[in-house]
Design a protein around this ligand. Structure first.
Ligand SMILES: Nc1ncnc2c1ncn2[C@@H]1O[C@H](COP(=O)(O)OP(=O)(O)OP(=O)(O)O)[C@@H](O)[C@H]1O
Ligand SMILES: [Mg+2]
Length: 430
């Protein structure tokens, strides 16, 4: 008999984007790791939430399912306490909380490198960067030694070092042979060698739709007849957060029709830099000059606070209306970004990756002159990333300035004309 066996029959749910996963069967031995693969919105988070009890406690669903844990039967969906200890590290680090400087003992798979020097000093989780938050959460997850450890897109905000620490921690946990680990991850290729089993979820109806290609999207008034003009210039910009110098004498500029990629380690200041361009943070020294009347829009690392309407479609059309953008742009963006199947759904109830795309469509529907994408690949499958690269090309051809911030080098390399690395507060061209 397996240590942990899950049987789900005919799982259907209505979370705004109603869907059905059909049947799911898996069996794991103690110490094993399972990779849960599947397209954006295919139900990976839903399965994790059925196991940890969020479904049905918070999100309703109809299903027949049971777990057999060390021979003990546990019926899912009845709101009863499971016979195993379970710990979840959720997909959105901005909607979670970890005690950063909690004195977690070393050993037992708790790698000493989870926390950077800056994180050791931090007094509040809120002040950490996205990747720093994710590291604090994962460190706590591995320290929990739960019998069932559920990790939802754990690599989304991690830099190279963070991914190495994650891999080491997972190897240690497996070596310890206690409990099982279930990981839902789009970047599963980085973990394939550590997985003992995998489940590939079938595409839902929503994902099977034919999308219009990026080429069919047109931004009004774009092109400038091939001439370029400077949109934003930073001169000797120094910026401090909580007394710490994050940007030191940064010089940078972007013109219309240019795509600029920004990379750098967790906490190196990428998001701070983006906020300085957008005027959300003020430099203590130096200047940020923006073209007069420049319309700059930003897709934040956490998409949820940018969602304001009660349907995906309204979210995108409202943005166009607000900025008085004519023509069929919002409609094209809804289909171009794969949102047609969830157009009437509440954006707070669709999957995290679909929320990311909804905000992306809304940001673009306002036809901005300069667009900043801060980690736009989170929650996106391969198809979603190719689509994003296509849309960035259209933006470039339409004379927009684009800043792409990401740890996913493939995106930055394929989309950007110039790539910069932030390190020690300084910006250098790669
Ligand atoms: N309000 C704040 N007070 C103090 N420090 C802060 C504050 N906000 C951010 N920081 C620190 O500033 C540094 C830069 O943060 P930022 O979010 O710009 O990093 P990042 O390069 O975007 O990282 P990631 O790759 O994790 O997204 C981090 O070390 C972070 O902990
Ligand atoms: Mg960031």
């Amino acid at each position: 008999m397996a240590y942990f066996a899950l049987e789900i029959d005919d799982f259907s749910y209505d979370s705004g984007a109603a869907g059905s996963l059909g049947d799911v069967r898996l069996a794991l031995e103690e110490g094993e790791c399972l990779l849960l693969k599947g397209a954006t919105g295919s139900g990976k988070t839903t399965i994790l939430n059925a196991l940890n009890g969020v479904i049905p406690a918070i999100t309703p669903a109809k299903f027949g399912g049971r777990v057999v844990f060390k021979g003990q039967d546990y019926i899912l969906g009845k709101g009863k306490c499971p016979p195993f200890s379970v710990y979840t590290v959720g997909q959105n680090p901005f909607h979670s909380f970890a005690a950063v400087n909690l004195d977690i003992p070393q050993g037992n798979g708790i790698d000493g490198n989870w926390l950077s020097a800056r994180m050791e000093e931090a007094s509040s989780y809120q002040d950490l960067s996205a990747g720093e938050k994710q590291r604090a959460l994962l460190r706590q997850g591995f320290a929990s030694e739960a019998e069932v450890l559920l990790l939802d897109e754990p690599l989304a905000h991690l830099d190279e070092t963070g991914i190495a620490v994650f891999r080491r921690s997972l190897m240690e946990r497996k070596k310890g042979g206690r409990g099982i680990t279930i990981i839902a991850e789009h970047r599963w290729k980085m973990l394939n060698d550590l997985a003992d089993k995998q489940v590939i979820l079938p595409d839902l109806k929503v994902e099977k739709e034919e999308f219009v290609t990026g080429g069919e999207i047109r931004f009004p008034g774009g092109g400038n007849g091939g001439t370029t003009e400077r949109l934003c210039k930073m001169k000797d910009v120094t910026l401090r957060l909580g007394g710490k110098e994050v940007l030191s004498e940064v010089n940078w500029q972007i013109a219309s029709g240019e795509v600029c990629g920004i990379t750098g380690a967790n906490g190196s200041g990428k998001t701070t830099f983006a906020k300085a361009i957008a005027g959300r943070l003020k430099a203590v020294k130096g200047t940020v000059e923006r073209r007069k009347d420049l319309r700059c829009s930003m897709l934040w690392e956490d998409p949820r606070p940018q969602l304001l309407c009660d349907s995906v479609e309204k979210e995108v059309f409202w943005a166009a209306e607000n900025y008085r953008v004519d023509g069929g742009l919002p409609g094209k963006l809804v289909s171009g970004l794969g949102l047609a199947g969830i157009a009437q759904s509440n954006p707070l109830k669709v999957s995290y990756g679909q929320q990311e795309r909804t905000v992306m469509a809304a940001v673009l529907a306002g036809n901005p002159d300069l667009v900043i994408f801060d980690e736009p690949v989170q929650g996106q499958d391969e198809k979603g990333i190719s689509r994003l690269i296509g849309i960035i090309r259209v933006l470039k051809d339409s004379g927009k300035g684009v800043v792409v911030i990401s740890h996913y080098l493939k995106l930055v390399e394929q989309a950007a004309d110039r790539i910069y690395v932030l390190e020690g507060g300084k910006m250098r061209e790669k």
